[in-house]
Design a protein around this ligand. Structure first.
Ligand SMILES: NC(=O)c1ccc[n+]([C@@H]2O[C@H](COP(=O)([O-])OP(=O)(O)OC[C@H]3O[C@@H](n4cnc5c(N)ncnc54)[C@H](OP(=O)(O)O)[C@@H]3O)[C@@H](O)[C@H]2O)c1
Length: 364
């Protein structure tokens, strides 16, 4: 979608659409409803006319009813992020002016024509870049950037392992580590290995029965002593094994339990407990890693804590990502669907057919 400066995203006449679930479950629970008009922003809030938002791995976890940080259950509007133009300001909000383009981490509510969000959560982004490219920066690239730059401190010449390099966060991590001048080894399903190679990574299938043997080999190629940094969304067992592939001084940045999330189709009492146990096991594994002597580290990265605790860094990091996008140093790999096809976006995720980032556009 190519938007010119000053050209607002179009909203259909006759209402404002939202992607909702009224219960947790498979993609079939995803529907698009149309409200007669968007809600008004309250004090401290702004109304944003959404141009693009993503359907990412966390939206899928939310839809399945597995996300531990959800404040309210269904009915809810999906969408962990958005990029759009400010339409109006609530009481006590001095700016920025209507028409300004912003990127927002919403947790829920981003997959819509309009969203009311706290003004403090909205970061200004340029209007001359494509909203489809900016949407992946808001959550996925920010997550990857903060792990690659702050947690791993990736440097030129290092060798970095990215588990799940075909996903939204994983693709961003591969690109950002490559941009730092690192060699990257990345894992994905067999059908997505070409994607990793196109991103400049050495590709390894995570379905290879000898996955860990292959990764050990890659970690030691050319006489090296292990990976300098590892990005790992897979879960506790994977983080335990990743730790053993680190060079002295290396770090594992863990950020999810994606293996369990993909295996569990939807929330039941037991699946929810099983998923929670997997998350607990990951935290326990990281706590043990912190107590062990030696110079190898492992830490959990959480974008919500990071942006809440370090708002200035959030702003700076997003601005840096926008610069990298403008210079062509990063290039989001996107599949674009109209907002009305949100259910299809979830079906593609559940079928394992998404590479990079799925983006919904509102049209106009
Ligand atoms: N902590 C945070 O702040 C934070 C921020 C953003 C996202 N997340 C979480 O991180 C996870 C990834 O998010 P995303 O948006 O990037 O999701 P995504 O686009 O759906 O990507 C998921 C990735 O995981 C890989 N994968 C799935 N099962 C795997 C396995 N058993 N072994 C190795 N890799 C496996 C997939 O590889 P293939 O498709 O090639 O099989 C794919 O690369 C989600 O669980 C999300 O909730 C956490």
């Amino acid at each position: 979608m190519a938007d010119g400066p000053g050209q607002p995203a179009g909203i259909r006449d006759g209402g404002s659409r939202r992607v909702v679930i009224d219960r947790f479950g498979p993609p079939a629970v995803v529907t698009v409803v149309t409200d007669p008009a968007p809600a008004d922003p309250g004090p401290g809030e702004i109304l944003v006319r959404v141009e693009a938002s993503t359907v990412n791995g966390t939206d899928v976890v939310i839809r399945k009813g597995l996300y531990p940080l959800l404040e309210t259950g269904p009915p809810l509007t999906l969408g962990y992020d958005l990029v759009g133009r400010i339409e109006s300001l609530g009481d006590g909000v001095p700016g920025p002016a209507p028409g300004t383009r912003v990127a927002v981490i919403t947790t829920v509510g981003g997959n819509a024509d309009h969203a009311v969000v706290p003004a403090a959560a909205a970061l200004e982004v340029p209007i001359d870049l494509d909203a489809v490219d900016l949407a992946p920066l808001t959550l996925s690239y920010l997550t990857a950037y903060q792990m690659v730059h702050h947690d791993l401190g990736v440097l030129a010449g290092q060798r970095i392992l990215v588990h799940g390099g075909s996903g939204g966060v994983g693709t961003a991590a591969v690109q950002l580590a490559r941009h730092r001048g690192a060699e990257v080894v990345a894992t994905a399903s067999p059908t997505k290995l070409d994607h990793l190679v196109r991103q400049g990574a050495v590709a390894v299938s995570h379905r290879d029965p000898d996955l860990w043997g292959r990764l050990r080999q890659e970690s030691r190629r050319d006489g090296r002593d292990g990976f300098d940094g590892i990005v790992d969304p897979v879960g506790a067992a994977s983080v335990g094994r990743s730790l053993r592939l680190l060079a002295p001084g290396g770090t594992v940045a863990a950020y999810s339990t994606v293996a369990a999330a993909t295996r569990i189709p939807q929330r039941t009492r037991w699946s929810f407990l099983r998923f929670g146990a997997g998350y607990g096991a990951l935290q326990a594994r990281l706590a043990v890693a912190r107590m062990l002597p030696g110079s190898r580290r492992a830490a959990f990265y959480g974008v919500r804590d990071s942006t809440r605790d370090h708002p200035d860094r959030h702003r700076e990091d997003l601005a840096h990502l926008v610069d990298l996008l403008r210079r062509g140093d990063i290039a989001p790999v996107t599949t674009v669907l109209p907002l009305d096809e949100a259910r299809r976006a979830h079906e593609l995720h559940d079928a394992g057919e998404v590479v990079g980032q799925l983006v919904l556009v509102t049209g106009g």
